[in-house]
Design a protein around this ligand. Structure first.
Ligand code: MD6
Ligand code: FE
Length: 222
């Protein structure tokens, strides 16, 4: 059976059955349904983080309000405002350190990275993105980390989304990849700096997450 048949992605847009790996590019791999075991623990942890460091719509350096709402956990959090994009040890809204990285995030990130060929991944930052219907993320590169040797582990939860995956130049044609609840992308090596984004989220009602998509991106910031 092929990958889509085995997991029902094509027809049901639900994750079930065996784990399947898809190459996205040299160094980037999509681990279908890798986070399904233990996803309830991830949701509990996200709720705790959101109660201490609420999701907020940050402002780009150019002055635009982002449609994606964000928060962070771990030693460093990714922020943007009129002064630029950067990692900060404190939540600028509260002046307090970001909530600690839950053990279930660390464990998932380490296992997914190892599965993708990046053993020994220890993230110190997790950006949590919340998409409501219509929210999108325009094509960008992840450039604010100090060490591009570490991969990024990206976990999709909730409504299906279309991940846009381009190349090393902004104008490179982007592939469109459907990402579903429980899918994990691991991204590093030769494709670490490739352009990518998320198409406007289609409305829907996910059985455990409701009308939203949440994405965790676990990084090594410093
Ligand atoms: C998202 N993800 O999926 C946004 N960046 O909501 C990212 O921007 C991203 O998924 C680097 C590596 C993997 C990602
Ligand atoms: Fe990114």
């Amino acid at each position: 059976m092929n990958a889509q048949g085995a997991t029902g992605h094509l027809f049901l847009e639900m994750n079930e059955g065996p784990k399947v790996r898809e190459a996205l590019a040299d160094g980037a791999v999509l681990l279908r349904a890798f986070a399904l075991d233990g996803e309830a623990g991830l949701r509990t942890a996200i709720e705790r983080i959101g109660s201490r460091a609420p999701f907020r719509h940050m402002t780009t350096p150019g002055g635009y309000r982002m449609s994606v709402a964000m928060t962070n956990c771990g030693r460093f959090g990714w922020v943007t405002d009129r002064r630029g994009y950067r990692y900060e040890p404190m939540d600028p809204d509260s002046g307090c350190p970001w909530p600690s990285m839950p053990a279930v995030f660390l464990d998932l990130a380490e296992r997914a990275a190892r599965e993708a060929g990046y053993a020994g991944f220890v993230p110190d930052a997790c950006l949590i993105n919340r998409y409501e219907p219509g929210a999108r993320l325009s094509l960008h590169q992840d450039l604010n980390e100090e060490d591009f040797d570490a991969p990024i582990v990206s976990v999709s939860l909730g409504l299906p989304a279309t991940f846009l995956f381009g190349g090393e130049d902004r104008v490179d044609r982007a592939r469109r990849i459907r990402v579903l609840h429980g899918d994990v992308a691991v991204w590093g090596g030769p494709s670490r700096l490739f352009f990518h984004g998320v198409a406007p989220l289609k409305d829907g009602d996910h059985n455990v997450m409701g009308r939203q998509r949440i994405n965790l991106t676990l990084r090594r910031a410093r």
